[in-house]
Write a protein that binds this ligand. Structure first.
Ligand SMILES: [Mn+2]
Length: 391
């Protein structure tokens, strides 16, 4: 018998699907949240038959269970952990641990892609075009490579995953991967997914109006409350507000926090680690501990949402040689102007001493310090007309 304990997201369930394709009726699969894994490991060690081979994928045990698993392994040899999270790298030291963040070609891995290699190289499962394609879609979604590659099919697969129950998703995928030479959605799914994509877009649009900014430690964080679409949201809000080092997404009901960044200079697995969580450089999470609650909920609850930059302007434009006009909540006016080879900021007609090498640098400073936003054309034109009148 085999038992698989895996994560309850697409990458984790991808592992479950592969396990069932490989071992059929001989594997029991349990999907876990990050916090429920340790209970499952303890249950396994106490209750399961010692001949049962235990796989753990896409999740890592706490220190106590790490030791217990090592003891179990020494006695029975029946454990294999496969993971790709940066914060699980210490488990690679164990004979039973295999943790790889990047493969030999520098490609980011996922638990499903690592488990696929494991199962096929040990002859538990035969490679097929359909499975290979499915595994690659999961990997691209999980590593967010799909966006760079514009591989929307990977995103759709994740959307489908959240539209149906895990059981239904598993069953449909197993059937499809066994029966077909290539992997695709059926017509009904395609129609459903179209509607779902629209729904995600509307959800994100609403959340854009709720995000607040706060300095937490040395970094500027965007903070938003959301129960779903954390990766999509983190990505969109990160791109919308490049002056923020990372985005924090709070799921109050689940008492979980997600961290996402689009930047290379921040490692959000370290930030999550600070609160007892973990993950990847660009995506991580932790429980909503008292500390996390204080930093992200209590200390930010009174803040007003960030105002978005005007989007449809034709005159008041960023990087304009005439200067771009911004406004803060207390009605202060700002202009970012080019001067010689640099950019400068004018605050209520007083030029700030600081000089910036790029427009973006100036804007980052402005938004971090004053939370100002690019005003709409109407306001910009009215201001200019008033100035002309005065003159
Ligand atoms: Mn994963």
């Amino acid at each position: 018998m085999y038992k698989l304990l895996s994560h309850n997201d697409l990458d984790g369930v991808g592992c479950g699907i592969l396990a069932k394709l490989a071992f059929g009726q001989n594997v029991k699969v349990r999907y876990n949240s990050v916090s429920s894994l340790n209970r499952e490991i303890e249950f396994f060690l106490e209750n399961d038959h010692p001949d049962t081979f235990l796989f753990i994928t896409d999740l890592s045990p706490n220190e106590e269970n790490e030791k217990k698993l090592q003891q179990f392994f020494k006695k029975h040899g029946n454990v294999q952990l496969i993971d790709h999270h940066k914060t699980a790298q210490h488990l690679d030291e164990y004979e039973w641990g295999y943790v790889l963040v990047e493969d030999v070609n520098g490609r980011l891995t996922s638990a499903t892609s690592l488990f696929y290699e494991y199962l096929t190289s040990n002859n538990y499962l035969e490679k097929s075009n359909a499975i290979t394609e499915f595994v690659e879609l999961v990997r691209q979604y999980d590593t967010w490579e799909w966006e760079k590659n514009e591989n929307h099919k990977a995103h759709l697969l994740n959307s489908l995953f959240y539209l149906v129950s895990i059981d239904e998703f598993e069953e449909t995928m197993i059937e499809r991967l066994q029966a077909n030479d290539s992997f695709d959605f059926d017509d009904f799914e395609k129609r459903l997914l179209n509607m779902e994509e629209d729904k995600i877009e509307r959800y994100i649009r609403r959340k854009r109006r709720e995000i607040v900014q706060a300095k937490v430690g040395k970094y500027y964080a965007g903070v938003v409350y959301a129960e779903s679409y954390h990766s999509e949201l983190g990505n969109e809000l990160g791109k919308e507000h490049p002056h923020l080092d990372y985005i924090t997404i709070l799921n109050m009901g689940g008492k979980r926090v997600s961290f996402r960044t689009i930047h290379d200079h921040v490692d959000v697995s370290e930030i999550a680690g600070h609160y007892g969580g973990g993950g990847h450089q660009k995506a991580s999470g932790c429980n909503l501990t008292d500390d996390a609650y204080k930093s992200y909920v209590l200390d930010t609850f009174h803040l007003d949402a960030i105002q978005e930059d005007a989007k449809r302007n034709r005159h008041n434009l960023k990087e304009s040689a005439f200067g771009a006009m911004y406004k803060s909540r207390n009605e202060d006016l700002f202009f970012i102007h080019p001067k010689d080879d640099n950019w400068i900021i004018e605050h209520n007609k007083v030029i700030l001493e600081k000089v910036f090498k790029s427009y973006l640098e100036a804007e980052i400073y402005l938004k971090r310090t004053y939370e100002a936003w690019l005003v709409r054309d109407e306001e910009f034109v009215e201001y200019l007309m008033n100035e002309v009148r005065k003159a």
